[in-house]
Design a protein around this ligand. Sequence first.
Ligand SMILES: *Cc1c(COP(=O)(O)O)cnc(C)c1O
Length: 381
Amino acid sequence: MGPGPSDIAPRVLAALASPTVGHLDPYFLKVMDETQQMLRQVFCTKNPLTLAVSGTGSAGMEACVVNLIEPGDRMIVCVNGVFGGRMADVARRAGADVTVLERPYGEIFSSEEIAAAVKKVQPKVLGIVNAETSTGAYQPVEEIAKIVHDAGGLILVDCVTSLGGMPLEVDGWQLDAVYSGTQKCLACPPGLAPVTFSPRAVEAIDKRKTKVASWYLDMTMVKSYWGQDRAYHHTAPINMNYALHEALRAVLEEGLEARFARHLKNHKALKAGLQALGMEYAVAEGQQLPMLNAVKIPAGCDDAKVRGQLLNQFGIEIGGGLGSMKGKVWRIGLMGETSTERNVLLCLAALERCLSDQGIKVTGGAGVAAANEAYRAAAKA
Ligand SMILES: *Cc1c(COP(=O)(O)O)cnc(C)c1O
């Protein structure tokens, strides 16, 4: 129940253990084709350039940035957590002329402030994080995409944590370059980064005057392996692709709507329980992520001791705070396979024990009772 990697279904682990074939084996090419099709369904896009980059979510971030940016290009990066900060670092390394827009951890950006910055900077690319896993805040991006397009720019969005756990409409919201990771709500081990590029983004890549700064992540070459040419670029991590293929099958069997509803239901029950234990969310109501619950550590509570007790005594991992939230919040993940009633109830019961061991006053059973009440209400609705 940390901020990733999340739990993996046995069927995905079994797929991972299937025999390794060659990277141009007809069977593997079929796996790649089906994976691309399923990724388009999950991303809600028709973008032809949709594939799984070899590498974790951060490789997806780097792939999007280095393919769109040429040295000297202006880029705005919105930073309200660790991952926005990382994107700014990646963009500077790629030679972008970076303007950082900042918000304190846990807050989100308004369309107005983005519009003002876009007007001033006239960026080629604006980068923003849809679901900031380091803070638990949800950033709507549809309106921002319009603002960026009206100024002739491209929008690059980090959907590592949102993909597969909450609504994301790449075509509907007109997002240009989007990356994700396998290890969050797709419930697959870390190791691949699904990405998708809009026709507008592909045009920008085609118009480059300089070569993409990264050989490994150069989409102009990677796409000929995933496309009709099947030109050898690098040896795809075969078994990781089996795992992603199986994980996507599981996502689509459950159905996107049902999957989002499950994430939301478990988030609401966990929230009811945590609040009944006297805990407060670090992010305002209405801006909270269903798959990442950042709650303030009660005064007088030893952060490391509680997390250690949860892990050692109850087998539950939760995350600590990052950056300015270090030592101030816990991050409880409900991602993919981890988002279950069983985990919510177990976590609340165990946390109650840890809090009372810390001398914090809690009403016995209040957390579990409130979560059960939320589940009963959800069943009636
Ligand atoms: C996890 C995460 C990343 C980085 O992914 P890795 O798989 O750790 O490389 C980037 N952005 C967000 C929002 C994340 O949650």
